[in-house]
Write a protein that binds this ligand. Sequence first.
Ligand code: 5GP
Length: 202
Amino acid sequence: MRKGFLIVVSGPSGAGKGTVCSAFLKEHEDVAYSVSATTREPRAGEQEGVNYYFLSRGEFESMIENGELLEWAEVYGNYYGTPLKKIEEKLSKGQDILLEIDTQGALNVQKKFPDGVYVFILPPSIEELAKRLRGRGTDSEEAVERRLAAAAGEIAVAREYTYTIVNDTVEHSVQTLAAIVSAEHARTCNNLEKIDEIIKGA
Ligand code: 5GP
């Protein structure tokens, strides 16, 4: 069976990782999305079980205590975490799974899944990031300033990732992400069973 792996995507808020991931997933229905748990309030249009599992702090803390999360982190005062069971189920079926998580979470996943693909989405510049955050109109000026202040520190962590994509256009970023995933599948270490199968049939 084809081996599934984790595709872990991070980037500073406003770099466009959400848009890139959604567009990629639309074109690659075979790749599953890991729906995270969070204690933050749903934004307009967000759906339970589709965008996030929206939990109280108490519910989230009991998931931590019961070892139900692959990783978790506190981001901007809210908890976010990756439910482990779903990941295990999908990987065992040979499915690739895309996780859109922050850098703290990604570095923890890296320790447990060193064979995953770690992709960092960069904004073309800090000026462009500021423009995108303000243009989004979802955050107060104070929240924008907070996100910008955090951005340089987050971007420095890009060095720990396997790949970096400068998100100049969504189309180009999606193409690059698709190329990365295809190349991962073509790695010899991910095709050892196929090689044996062909040899046996000779
Ligand atoms: P937002 O509130 O804008 O949806 O997400 C805020 C940040 O939390 C983003 O950087 C997002 O990637 C990150 N995030 C979302 N889900 C998870 C998760 O399961 N674990 C971790 N560590 N970060 C997450």
